[in-house]
Design a protein around this ligand. Structure first.
Ligand code: SF4
Length: 481
């Protein structure tokens, strides 16, 4: 009878002598991605991109490792979910693809980590160089981009982030515990028995609480001096994000995705908690990266800010942003502002009841001039008032430049499909970065380092996407074209 072992495919004996291909170039096939990384990095002017030690000194000691080798290593690593310097060091000793790419050089993890820190701003330029390469292959539609943000965790736990309210609560708790322990110490002192281990224990606890209280006071003073509304102790630039994002302390990542092939045209890292106010900066940078004078951008309601919409239009970016559905008017089901028609000739608003609301007060909303329209007499006698306001009369605010918002509403009404295009275009990069690339957190601290890190992430995403679209050979031939 055959043994069960004999029924399966057998491996090679460990005692058998094997030879790897004699030539290192045979380690990887002709269509392997490392051949593209090699060709791409070799085509770049790393000195112009700002890489340290890109030009070796003519005399003196050797300038250390060529940045092109370390850049290739990082691009390979971010493409293959290997981001830490220690893991990259390990790959150089066991991974034939990396051995091929690095020409058998084996810098240690510190050299690798230092390279990422020293060249943080240069990575952004490499991301842009790849966008230019994709443009040459016509992979960007350059007509419609979708902008959105996500949050990624920083190297900072929630326990090491404080708002003023959190500090006040922590200090109150310290005071309460301190008071309790002091009372217990008093009670123990009144006893005639000699000092016990319990008294020593209480004294230690009291000293620890006082030390903690002093630290909290220092954090409070630092927070007051910073003018910020929160302070992070491990990564000072990280911020506690919305609870709905379930990220805790992190960074706000903004991307602009071209809707043709879902390639990232622009990426930015901010520490703003919300997205409001980030549309123009992201969309306009994407427009420049794509090399066009005019482009359309679609974003969700979180970007609805008249100043941003105005700046976009002025810069050649035509925004499509739906109006937010919140506020007391929406909550109470009252007539919305859109149901009040502006009569430009008469300079009045015509309400749903057909009454004229006159400009009554001037106002400032952020830096925008606005006017409040009212008609107290008509409202008091109006049968529709219960559907319009729960006050004695309805006030309607109108920006001086409100026409911008009306133009945008008209554009959206004429082209509602852009809302679905936005969702479909953004799901792919965000899903890929978090699921496929496994990047839910940053490894570096401080916003400039994090920006460099995310440039590598976005570059890796774009490379992966372009490889799917045109393959290694297509990308390499575009480099040599
Ligand atoms: S309550 Fe005032 S603003 Fe509203 S419908 Fe009546 S008259 Fe017009």
């Amino acid at each position: 009878m055959l043994s069960s072992r004999m029924k399966h495919i057998q491996g090679t004996s460990r005692a058998q002598t094997l030879l790897l291909p004699a030539c290192v170039d045979d380690y990887v096939g002709p269509d392997h991605v490392v051949r593209f990384i090699e060709a791409f990095v070799e085509s770049l002017d790393l000195a112009a991109a700002g890489f340290e030690r890109a030009r070796p000194k003519a005399t003196g000691r050797p300038a250390g490792y060529d940045p092109s080798g370390l850049l290739k290593l990082y691009i390979y690593g971010y493409l293959n979910r290997v981001r830490s310097s220690r893991c990259l060091e390990t790959e150089m000793h066991r991974n034939l693809e990396v051995i091929w790419m690095m020409r058998q050089l084996q810098p240690d993890f510190k050299t690798i980590a230092d390279f990422r820190r020293e060249n943080k701003t240069a990575f952004r330029k490499i991301f842009r160089e790849f966008v230019v390469l994709c443009r040459s292959l016509d992979l960007f539609g350059r007509e419609l981009i979708a902008v959105d943000g996500t949050r990624l965790k920083a190297v900072n736990s929630g326990q090491r982030n404080f708002t003023k309210a959190k500090l006040a609560k922590a200090m109150d708790e310290s005071d309460e515990r301190l008071g309790r322990y002091l009372k217990q110490l008093d009670d123990a002192d009144r006893d005639d028995t000699p000092p016990s281990a319990r008294v020593d224990n209480l004294k230690q606890k009291i000293a620890a609480i006082k030390e903690r209280r002093a630290q909290l006071e220092q954090h409070h003073a630092d927070l007051e001096a910073s003018g910020e509304d929160q302070i992070s102790l491990t990564d000072q630039d990280a911020r506690a994000m919305h609870f709905s994002s379930r990220i805790g302390v992190g960074y706000n990542i903004q991307i602009a995705v071209d809707t043709k092939h879902k390639l990232i045209a622009e990426q930015q890292v901010h520490n703003n908690v919300g997205d409001l106010g980030l549309l123009d900066e992201t969309a306009n940078a994407a427009r420049e990266n794509l090399g066009v004078d005019r482009i359309d951008v679609v974003a969700d309601r979180g970007y609805y800010k008249i100043e941003d919409i105005e700046d976009c239009e002025a810069a050649g970016v035509k925004p499509y942003v739906p109006k937010p559905l919140h506020g007391s008017v929406v909550k109470n089901g009252f007539f919305t502002k859109e149901e009040f028609r502006y009569d430009a000739d008469a300079g009045v608003l015509i309400c749903p009841g057909g009454q004229k609301l006159e400009p009554k007060y001037k106002s400032k909303i952020r830096d925008n001039d606005a006017v409040i329209f009212v008609n107290t007499k008509a409202c008091k006698a109006c049968d529709l008032r219960a559907r319009c306001t729960n006050a004695a009369f309805r006030k309607v605010m109108r920006y001086a430049n409100e026409a911008i918002l009306h133009r945008m509403a008209d554009r959206l009404a004429a082209r509602p499909e852009v809302i679905d295009q936005r969702r479909e275009s953004l799901e792919h990069p965000f899903g890929s970065i978090k699921q496929w690339m496994g990047q839910r957190n940053f490894l570096t601290r401080r916003i400039e380092n994090v920006r460099g890190e995310f440039s590598l992430t976005a570059l890796a995403y774009n490379i992966r996407r372009a490889l799917t679209l045109v393959g290694v050979a297509g990308l390499i031939s575009a480099i040599s074209a």
